[in-house]
Design a protein around this ligand. Structure first.
Ligand code: NAX
Length: 331
């Protein structure tokens, strides 16, 4: 059994945090042989810290054999100390009447501070996953603060969108979700994202051939996946939490599983016509764990038809606009 790995989670007392921490502590994120120390970070607010104490009590009551320690803090420099995985979940929700630009700016400030703290105190092999919205741009902001850690260590989550797309395709084709492969998400974690159905396979056959209904794939399918978050808020009165936590477990688990091919948002470096300096969803392949766990290579070889190119251009435009809104926060 290896030494415990320190995992920092911000927004630990929030709804995603509550669905996430128990899965990490049970070994579902890093595997059954990796003990963990949970470093749970909240805001300096009595109610939030009290709630976090309650979560920690419940974690204790689970008697998870892999959980070797807990840190509860409102200080990012303490919370990220020596962490190998930094899961940035905490962010402000969009308030009534709040413009998207205000949300970008408000949340951007959080990620400036957290990016700096991670770069200063986290482990040498630290990797960052941003969930708090707007996730791609927050990730770009955090990465821009880093002087020590390479930019590719900063990723944002589009796995929930990938999982949603796989589930919708399985439902339409009346197959098990495990029979759906190679469905990847491109661009922003927002309704402009593009689930590239033309490359996906169902039982080894191209999805367009199996579904045979192009208008559905280009229309209802893309729309359902892109607006699923809003549909869940409308139904539940709260945003997705268990499925978001599950996607974060998948994101990291895939990054520690060599050979795994999955969608994450990374610095685009110009792949698929994205602006080189935005963080865009795309498929990656996890490489060997020898040097630093979590290494990956973007897969840049898929060809896009005109419909896909239009979708990629639209989601890229949004990412470029988001970057312009927060340009003063980029280190
Ligand atoms: P909650 O409002 O339930 O919890 C957020 C928690 O973060 C709160 O406890 C709050 O005190 C804490 N927090 C706020 N600022 C913090 C900071 N600077 N440091 C540490 N903690 C801080 O939200 P929840 O439902 O858990 O969602 C969290 C974030 O995930 C939101 O930004 C949400 O929009 C985003 N989502 C992202 C998804 C994705 O696929 N990328 C999907 C689900 C979710 O919508």
């Amino acid at each position: 059994m290896q030494a415990p790995v320190r995992i920092a989670v911000t927004g630990a007392a929030g709804q995603i945090g509550y669905a996430l921490l128990f899965r990490i502590a049970s070994g579902q994120m890093l595997g059954p042989d990796t003990p963990v120390i949970l470093q749970m970070i909240e805001i300096p607010n009595e109610k939030a810290m009290k709630a976090l104490e309650g979560v920690a009590m419940e974690l204790e009551d689970c008697a998870f054999p892999l959980l070797r320690g807990m840190v509860l803090t409102d200080d990012p420099n303490k919370g990220f100390k020596d962490a190998s995985w930094c899961c940035l979940v905490g962010a402000k929700p969009r308030g009534p009447g709040m413009e998207r630009a205000d949300l970008l700016k408000d949340n951007g400030k959080i990620f400036v501070g957290q990016g700096k703290a991670i770069d200063t105190v986290a482990a040498q092999d630290a990797r960052v996953v941003v969930v708090g919205n707007p996730a791609n741009t927050n990730c770009m902001i955090a990465a821009s603060q880093a002087k020590r850690l390479p930019k590719e260590r900063f990723t944002a989550m589009v796995r929930l969108d990938q999982n949603r797309a796989a589930a919708q395709l399985a439902k339409k084709a009346a197959v098990d979700v495990k029979d759906v492969k190679d469905i990847f998400i491109y661009g922003n974690h927002s309704p402009t994202m593009f689930p590239a159905f033309a490359h996906a396979k169902i039982n080894g056959k191209p999805v367009p051939e199996v579904i045979g209904h192009h208008a559905w794939l280009q229309g209802e399918f893309c729309e359902t996946v892109g607006k699923r978050g809003a549909a869940i808020i409308a139904a539940r009165g709260l945003s997705s939490a268990a499925s978001a936590a599950n996607a974060l477990v998948d994101h990291v688990h895939s990054l520690v599983t060599p050979g795994s091919v999955h969608s994450i948002a990374v610095k685009s470096n110009g792949a698929y016509g994205f602006d080189p300096n935005v963080w865009a969803g795309m498929p990656v392949k996890t490489t060997s764990l020898k040097d630093t766990p979590g290494g990956y290579e973007p897969i840049t070889s898929y060809t896009m038809d005109d419909f896909a190119k239009g979708k990629l251009a639209a989601t890229n435009k949004e990412l470029v606009e988001e970057r312009a809104t927060v340009k003063d926060m980029l280190g």
